[in-house]
Design a protein around this ligand. Structure first.
Ligand SMILES: CC/C=C\C/C=C\CCCC/C=C/C(=O)SCCNC(=O)CCNC(=O)[C@H](O)C(C)(C)COP(=O)(O)OP(=O)(O)OC[C@H]1O[C@@H](n2cnc3c(N)ncnc32)[C@H](O)[C@@H]1OP(=O)(O)O
Length: 297
């Protein structure tokens, strides 16, 4: 398993995974009964009787989406996708207070243009895999989830959030002096509508759980200790629908948004690299990182 993961990771980075379908052949049936899989940053527990896997992010301190994290996440998801017994995935965090802090800012600072391009391709791949998954995806949001963390929750079919006012959720990119890409914006617009997205994105607004529920950014609140149980109940309701009918409906709803990124994928990478290599953007990101560190002092 370790060797397979290592090889899969290097193929994913090299962009060869889809071309050669290597993972497809090797990973088949890995989860066909009750199964556990651990990588450095993610653990997956699949219940063969219900067909539901729980994918738990466990990358301290804040489950930030680094290149390694994204690679492990995408590979784990792909394996579940290929297991016919797996019909649904619940995403959650093992960390107290944080679901995911979004993209790892250190991946966007002080690195080469080649690194930024590889990182951005991995972010796109992560979004595409999760957004177009045939499985039912439920986010059990048991902590804060800014920016890329919010995006991860938004691409799921359903969101249950812990009802704790200390937690918040939103696309806060403008607060870092950066801009949410069009496919982040599309994902949010599809969920809460154009007007609310326009305000939320410009202000980099972070919603409390109660406000997130009000605007439809999350579907349901639960007490912190019940989030995963509620997510499991929701999952069984969704799994009561015949898979083929639900898949086709999901892909019909999501295809235009997915196609837009696929069509403009290379241009989007170029745009990201051009943007993030600007001195002014590097300065904003460095200052933001520093401010996060200062907050603790
Ligand atoms: C024209 C346009 C064309 C193309 C597009 C171009 C560009 C850009 C698009 C980019 C889209 C970006 C998406 C993102 O996701 S950016 C990331 C945004 N994330 C945040 O703002 C979250 C910041 N973090 C927090 O608010 C808090 O950390 C959090 C999550 C609430 C948890 O709080 P707490 O438990 O108190 O933990 P600390 O704040 O003490 O943090 C611990 C430790 O982690 C470091 N850290 C936090 N977040 C990140 C991160 N996202 N990346 C890297 N590191 C992070 C933090 O600095 C601390 O480090 P330390 O060394 O001090 O321990």
């Amino acid at each position: 398993m370790a060797a397979l993961l290592k090889r899969s990771a290097s193929l994913l980075r090299a962009g060869a995974l889809q071309k050669h379908g290597v993972l497809t052949k090797q990973a088949l049936c890995l989860f066909s009964t009750n199964m556990r899989m651990f990588t450095n940053k993610i653990s997956v527990e699949m219940d063969g009787t219900t067909g539901v896997a729980v994918l738990t992010m466990k990358s301290p301190p804040v489950n930030s989406l680094s290149l390694d994290f994204l690679t492990e996440f995408t590979i784990s998801l792909e394996k579940l996708e290929m297991d016919k017994a797996c019909r649904g995935v619940i995403l959650t965090s093992a960390l107290p207070r944080v679901f995911s802090a979004g993209l790892d800012i250190t991946e966007m600072c002080g690195k080469s243009a080649e690194h930024y391009a590889a990182f951005w391709r991995a972010v796109q791949e992560f979004w595409l895999k999760l957004y177009t998954s045939n499985m039912v995806t439920v986010a059990a949001i048991n902590g804060s989830c800014p920016a890329g963390g919010c995006l991860m929750a938004l691409v799921c079919d359903y969101r249950v959030m812990a009802d704790d006012p200390k937690f918040s959720i939103g696309l806060n990119e403008t607060k870092l002096g950066i801009v949410a890409p069009f496919w982040f914006k599309d994902t949010m617009t599809n969920t809460i509508g154009n007007r609310e997205t326009e305000k939320a994105l410009q202000l980099g607004y972070m919603y409390s759980p109660a406000d997130a529920l009000k605007v439809g950014l999350v579907d349901q609140l639960a007490s912190a200790d019940k989030v995963e149980t509620v997510a499991s109940t929701v999952m069984s309701e969704w799994l009561a629908i015949p898979d083929h009918a639900r898949h086709l409906t999901k892909s019909m709803m999501r295809k235009p948004t997915r196609d837009r990124l696929v069509t403009h994928r290379d241009a989007d990478i170029t745009s990201f690299v051009n943007f993030v290599t600007k001195d002014s953007i590097q300065k904003s990101l460095q200052m933001y990182l520093e401010s996060l560190k200062q907050r603790k002092r």
